[in-house]
Write a protein that binds this ligand. Structure first.
Ligand SMILES: NC(=O)c1ccc[n+]([C@@H]2O[C@H](COP(=O)([O-])OP(=O)(O)OC[C@H]3O[C@@H](n4cnc5c(N)ncnc54)[C@H](O)[C@@H]3O)[C@@H](O)[C@H]2O)c1
Ligand SMILES: [Zn+2]
Length: 369
């Protein structure tokens, strides 16, 4: 079992990573002084696959708890679900001091964190992430949110959990698509911060795709350390340090949007975005071409895409221009100046960006674009 600290003064907390560690949970809850009433938010699939052991542990330790199931869809990150869940929580919480347990992927985690942040002006919550993406990314760092019709994550708060409990045994029921979505983020961490993690992925991709617990534990631990460290230094993305986590995401979002959010899922689009950002880094003289080849091979081994198909080039470029996150400058990209070394660069010449996107198309598709 590994324990990583997210260092945020009075709001510091532990990320616990291990295999088959659920039994130690009751003890940790008691140490954190959370009281003995837990409101568990999950969805029906996760409840079936992952809640059994947790329920046993809570019963045995004499906790009082309720399980609130939300629909298994991104649409659960909505104001309607938020208010319905809060009303059920209020009914359960009569005369009690309740803490929330988010048991699930990023959807459950983002919604539960927001519930915890606003109910009674804030009550404690625990993240028990059950997807690889949630274990390495969304459960850590206190970004909570629901979506609006006008855009994703538009309503949210920074509100840190009291504990992130990542048991890789919970990942054994994940399908390959969900596993790969998380793996894309792990590859990202290797490229921006950790050449040893990157080399580990190159060597162990088969074990990871076969859900071998030791390999999963290794990558969740290494990734959590990186995210914890960045969040500890730049909790609210004010110092530009958290920005490096967007590596592959600016162009990735443009690809996701241009594909109508169904051609490429987030992890696939980020993989393509990382390859484009590496190509740009190379054209700008920051790295040689060896790294892009290495990353391409790893992404391919992970079963993630290395070329763009079935989307028009101009739609990607338009979606990229529509992204308004650049704060004054023409654009802002996370580039790479060597394996493990990210660099934020503003005002990258648009011709270089367009050329890099174009090169990732299958040749035949460029001709038709
Ligand atoms: N807060 C943050 O910092 C942050 C960071 C990245 C992403 N996100 C958000 O996270 C969400 C995506 O998260 P996600 O990829 O975990 O999606 P998700 O929560 O929708 O989970 C993906 C699917 O896996 C299923 N699932 C979950 N655990 C399982 C298990 N153990 N076995 C089998 N199936 C399981 C879920 O039911 C769901 O169908 C998005 O809403 C995104 O905006 C937030
Ligand atoms: Zn991402």
């Amino acid at each position: 079992m590994h324990v990583i600290r997210v260092k945020l003064a009075r709001r510091s907390y532990a990320i616990v990573v291990g295999n088959k560690i659920i039994r130690s949970l009751a003890k940790q809850f008691k140490e954190l002084n959370l009281g003995n009433s837990a409101f568990i938010i999950t969805n029906s699939l996760v409840k079936r696959k992952c809640a059994g052991e947790l329920v046993k542990v809570l019963k045995k330790a004499g906790f009082n708890f309720k399980i609130r199931v939300i629909p298994d869809t991104e649409k659960s990150k909505s104001i309607a679900t938020l208010s319905a869940v809060i009303r059920d929580l209020a009914k359960f919480d009569l005369k009690k001091h309740t803490f929330i347990i988010a048991l699930g992927g990023g959807v459950v985690g983002d919604l539960s964190g927001l519930v915890a942040s606003i109910y009674k002006r804030g009550i404690p919550y625990i993240q028990i992430p059950t997807t690889l993406l949630a274990q390495v990314d969304s459960a850590i760092g206190g970004k909570t949110a629901v979506d609006l019709k006008e855009g994703k994550n538009l309503i949210g708060a920074f509100y840190q959990p009291r504990l992130v409990f990542s048991d890789v045994a919970l990942l054994k029921s994940l399908n390959l698509k969900q596993l790969r979505a998380g793996l894309a983020e792990v590859i990202k961490y290797g490229i921006i911060k950790d050449s040893r993690l990157f080399a580990y992925l190159e060597k162990n991709s088969k074990s990871i795709l076969r859900l071998k617990p030791a390999a999963l534990e290794h990558i969740v631990n290494a990734s959590s350390k990186i995210k914890a460290d960045i969040v500890g230094q730049d909790e609210k993305e004010e110092k530009g340090l958290r920005t490096v986590l967007n590596f592959g995401h600016t162009l990735g979002h443009a690809i996701e949007a241009a594909g109508g959010f169904n051609k490429y899922n987030h992890g696939e689009a980020v993989s393509l975005g990382m390859l484009i950002a590496l190509d740009i880094s190379q054209r700008m003289g920051l790295v040689g071409d060896g790294l892009k080849k290495r990353v391409g091979e790893l992404i391919r081994k992970a079963g993630l895409p290395v070329e763009i198909k079935g989307i028009a080039l101009k739609n990607i470029i338009n979606a990229f221009y529509r992204d308004k996150k650049f704060r004054g400058s023409e654009n802002r990209l996370v580039l790479i100046a060597g394996l493990g070394k990210a660099k934020v660069v503003e005002n990258v010449p648009l011709a270089i960006i367009e050329e890099a996107v174009k090169r990732l198309f299958k040749q035949r598709e460029v001709d038709n674009a």
